[in-house]
Design a protein around this ligand. Structure first.
Ligand SMILES: [Zn+2]
Length: 107
């Protein structure tokens, strides 16, 4: 399986990301990966791509979708979120740690 593209497809002003943003307490901006597309609300594509750690984080989710398959990943992600919450969700932990390692971990 090939690596996901470095600059993924984005959907700005996504209604889905807008809903997520409201659910998360009206955060300033939200990115949400659905399949291989990064849905954005409150950020332009340029702002998103310029933030190396943010981009790296969402690229991990794109890879997770590819590795698990679309429906299985959505299901596992929701089950995991219901079980341990958003922050401790193992898919979020993986994305957070890998993005940190790739962008801030190496000096
Ligand atoms: Zn995430």
């Amino acid at each position: 399986m090939s690596e996901p593209t470095k600059f993924p497809r984005t959907w700005t002003n996504s209604p889905l990301a807008r809903i997520a943003r409201l659910v998360l307490g009206n955060k300033a901006n939200v990115a949400m990966v659905i399949g291989q597309t990064v849905h954005l609300s409150g950020a332009t594509r340029e702002e998103f791509l310029a933030d190396a750690e943010w981009l790296a984080h969402e690229r991990v989710h794109i890879r997770q979708f590819r590795e698990h398959g679309f429906v299985p990943f959505l299901w596992k992600y929701l089950v995991e979120s219901a079980r341990v919450g958003y922050f401790n969700n193992k898919f979020e932990v993986e994305a957070r740690e890998e993005a940190y390692r790739l962008t801030r971990g190496k000096r």
